[in-house]
Design a protein around this ligand. Structure first.
Ligand code: DEZ
Length: 298
């Protein structure tokens, strides 16, 4: 069925909101662009909370831990508890610790930033790479000569990394030659919306590894249902009374549709366009869409 555009009529918006008790909110492209809040984000979230709705922040952005997200949300005037935040760095760390059960003598090689490192530390998982400045230095002759694959590497985990380097790729490539080394990605978004433009996303960081190793990472961010199950495990919500709000069809909306949620709501302030949402071959179709989140204020 074609999605309905909610245009701000009070009765229509109220009826939509009343269908749900829980709203899962994507962040980049829905609530903010970088560090800039989108129009009336705080007022819209306050309105939902005043109606007794539960809000959970579900982001694929792995550069921050849940604690760092809380700080960001607080700084932007959005009160939130750490437990109300699900980021792909957290879901990856939990997966490695509790699903893979990575043995204590094995470690994770990280292509990514401090969010991943902090969540791995919280789960007691050993790691290296990540934000280590040595990882950004150009490869020298001796690095090629002396490279010895580390048998303790059990996982290569790749997320958004603004400092990705040839050295990191070279090391990950060598570790992934071992078929027993797991290849995981926090998420595989091809692009990242910021300031009304698109930039390379985490999936564009892991793509060269797929090209060079012919291996495809298991992604632990949206639309992976491992993330949905983890959120449900924590909040015990009724999926039919839950709505996923997001800007991207192939992550957020697909996540909600495949998770069997009662509803999905797309906004046009991020990656997917109205044309893509209405296209007959849309990868996932939301129930409704809005020009911007604050249209929920009616
Ligand atoms: O490439 C990425 O990591 C993502 O584009 C980005 O961080 C998405 O974050 P979200 O829209 O899920 O908040």
């Amino acid at each position: 069925m074609a999605p309905t555009k909610l245009t701000g009529k009070h009765a229509e918006i109220s009826a939509f909101i009343d269908r749900f008790d829980v709203f899962l909110f994507d962040c980049d492209g829905v609530l903010w662009h970088g560090n800039t809040l989108l129009h009336k984000t705080v007022e819209t979230l306050d309105m939902l909370r005043s109606k007794g709705k539960q809000i959970v922040f579900v982001t694929n952005n792995s550069t921050k831990s849940r604690r760092a997200y809380k700080k960001k949300l607080d700084g932007l005037g959005i009160p939130a508890e750490v437990d109300e935040i699900f980021c792909s760095a957290y879901s990856s760390a939990v997966y490695i610790k509790r699903v893979v059960k990575l043995p204590a003598d094995k470690k994770v090689y990280v292509i990514g930033e401090s969010g991943i490192e902090e969540e791995l530390r919280n789960e007691g998982v050993q790691y290296f790479g990540g934000t280590d400045p040595e990882e950004r230095i150009q490869m020298q002759e001796e690095d090629y000569t002396n490279f010895v694959p580390d048998p303790e590497v059990g996982v290569v985990l790749c997320g958004l990394d603004h400092y990705v380097s040839y050295r990191k790729y070279a090391k990950a490539f060598q570790y992934l030659q071992n078929p027993e080394t797991l290849f995981l990605a926090t998420n595989v978004d091809s692009t990242f919306p910021n300031k009304g433009k698109l930039f390379p996303g985490a999936g564009s960081i892991s793509a060269p590894l797929t090209y060079m190793t012919k291996r495809v990472p298991l992604s632990l961010g949206k639309p992976s249902q491992a993330m949905m199950d983890a959120i449900e495990g924590k909040f015990q919500f009724n999926r039919k009374r839950t709505c996923m709000v997001g800007d991207r069809l192939n992550t957020d909306i697909k996540f909600g549709v495949e998770g069997g949620l009662g509803g999905t709501l797309a906004v046009l302030t991020g990656v997917s366009t109205e044309e893509e949402i209405l296209s007959s071959d849309a990868i996932a179709v939301p129930d409704a869409y809005l020009d911007q989140l604050s249209d929920l204020l009616g």
